[in-house]
Ligand binder design. Structure first.
Ligand code: OAD
Length: 239
């Protein structure tokens, strides 16, 4: 990498957490109790069977307690700390592994497992235990209206203004471990490239979005992300 790109936007998906032990959505082990993700991750699903939806997220929240950030999460935190240009890490992941690795310029565009939200009064709060239809909102005191603070299918992702603003100024866009199936995230590469950014994809395999990238690096995130971070920091030091 010859010239040091200084305005960096990085998008991560479930693949970056796979080697920590969290299953991806569309992998062979990506379905839960025979349901499609859309069937447990939508407002319609929650209205139809809140217990099932809570159970799905309770299991995933509990799984967070058994996993740790891996070398790829840690490398991105190291990059952020040493990067002299602008930096934004956007994750579609609802796990807290980037946070625990030390990432700070981080936006969770699909929400967070460790937060709950009240449908009645919109209050949101940190919550690491199980939720159920009997859970009570600490702000308005209502039960039956508490939901995971997760963006479901049919709902608008979070922080889009800030994300598109960063994409429109980016000089380097990197997508890591995401299948390119879910919009708007799958279209970020086009926005960044439209603004003149170079785009690199890191994934175990080709994805639905691969053709849009300038460069593809194929392999596990725990190998390829630390290597790319070292390259970027080396280029910065001579740039
Ligand atoms: P997917 O499960 O769709 O894709 C995971 C990607 O990670 C695949 O392209 C894999 O090839 C890749 N992958 C797996 N292991 C990897 C590894 N060790 N190193 C590198 N790559 C690896 O997950 P996402 O693209 O994150 O949304 O899914 C996007 C959204 O769809 C999720 O945020 C979620 C889901 O439905 C909502 O819940 C709203």
């Amino acid at each position: 990498m010859s010239k040091s790109p200084d305005r960096l936007v990085i998008l991560t998906g479930a693949g970056i957490s796979a080697e920590s032990g969290l299953p991806t959505f569309r992998g062979a082990d990506g379905l839960w109790e025979g349901h499609r993700v859309e069937d447990v991750a939508s407002p319609v699903a929650f209205a139809r069977d809140p217990e099932l939806v809570h159970r799905f997220y309770n299991l995933r929240r509990a799984a967070l307690r058994t996993v740790e950030p891996n070398a790829a999460h840690l490398a991105l935190a190291r990059l952020e700390a040493a990067w002299r240009g602008s930096f934004l890490l956007v994750t579609q992941n609802v796990d807290d592994l980037h946070d625990r690795a030390g990432s700070r310029r981080l936006l969770h565009m699909h929400g967070e497992l460790i937060r709950a939200r009240c449908k009645a009064c919109r209050h949101g709060w940190e919550w690491r235990d199980d939720l159920s239809p009997d859970s009570i909102c600490p702000s308005c005191g209502k039960s039956g209206r508490v939901r995971p603070d997760i963006v479901w299918f049919g709902e608008e992702p979070l922080h889009l203004g800030e994300i598109f603003d960063a994409l429109s100024r980016a000089s380097l866009f990197i997508a890591i471990g995401t299948s390119g199936h879910v919009y708007p995230a799958a279209g970020f590469v086009d926005v960044a490239r439209g603004a003149g950014a170079r785009a690199i994809e890191i994934n175990l395999a080709d994805t639905a979005a691969s053709a849009a990238f300038d460069e593809r690096r194929t392999g596990p995130a725990t190998d390829l992300v630390p290597a790319l971070v070292e390259e970027l920091l080396a280029a910065q030091s001579v740039g």
